[in-house]
Design a protein around this ligand. Sequence first.
Ligand SMILES: Cc1ncc(COP(=O)(O)O)c(C=O)c1O
Length: 409
Amino acid sequence: MHKIGFDVQGFRKNFPILEEKNSRAKQLVYFDNGASTQKPQCVIDAITDFLSHKNANVHRGIHFLSERADSIYETTRAELAAYFNITDKSNVIFTAGTTNGLNIIAKCYAQETLQANDEIIISDQEHHANIIPWQQVVKLTGAKLCVCRSTSRGDFNLDNFKSMLSTRTKIVSVPYITNVFGARYPIEIISELAHKAGAVFVLDGAHCLGHKPIDVTALNCDFFLCSCNKGYGPTGLGFMYAKGHILQQMKPYEFGGNMILNATFDDASFKDIPDKFETGTPNTIGVAGALGAIEFLKSIDFEAASKHATDLVTFAVEELTKIDGVDLVLNPTNRAGVISLVMKGVHPHDIATILDTEGIATRSGHHCAQPLMKLLNLSSTLRLSFGLYNTFEEIAFCCDVLKSIRSIL
Ligand SMILES: Cc1ncc(COP(=O)(O)O)c(C=O)c1O
């Protein structure tokens, strides 16, 4: 497919929703991409096409619609695998998202293999999805959850991490990009060090799809999780990758239809991977949309797009730091397009509400990272998170509104 290059105005044309206006006729400025990106027309078309011409359950019927649905389903699996350089597509398990994937790992791998005094290392910038499932494992096994503290700027602290590793470390689970400050973790080094200590490396890749593709095989991930909605694909769909020998050793997460080889009233045997983990009727509509998203992502020139993304966040940091009374909460040196800020005397929810009246969609709250907020002695921040369709003009406009909020309140 022809590469899009990076013409932001051309890129924006793929997203019909960017033309929306709020009830005051203010044009949408969408800065809530850390939660979910918007969807390009080709994803909307892929879903419409599936529902209009291919809709059926997969892996069941022998009618032609079921065959079409099967073909979309398995093609998407293969395309996702290829996108992240995963050599065996059977090791890609469709999930409802990263949270679902981490729960599967916690319950079916960690709970079964960890023992008292074993250790799981995470960082202090985790989303609840990469904390709470491990907490449950710790409660059941007697293992310990160890939290690696960030540097004062909000970067991953390799020295702390190295000092925490030992033969007790069994799992290291970190994100590539953190959701509150957009810190980009040095995952190559973390993976290498984790393996040297004899641990498995779990990469929370919730935000990976919308960025330059990463190479899951070269990174030597034992587990990799991804959410499609953060990478221009549909909500309610993600996938879990694990190395084949690990998936073979893991028990199924749920039991029921689709995963059965043979069942009696007394017992059952299960299909091989990936079906063993895909119980019940899957999210076929989401999978069809994800295929559209992959086609779209493959058409992006990520060298040019990544430069645009870096320039956007650099510009935003520069402009925001000039606003009197606005403080960036941490400012990682190695970062993606996510910025958290506070304004003296004004609650983040109030800022978000006023920005919304100007059409600017942001996020305020604890961002599903309450332990991190508690460490920082904060209950809430305002988060601006950028997508590739965002522009310098939008950031400048947001800064102007923030300045006026500051002068009025
Ligand atoms: C870093 C990170 N990990 C995990 C998750 C959970 O992803 P999902 O809600 O798709 O399960 C999120 C969601 O925002 C996230 O930002």
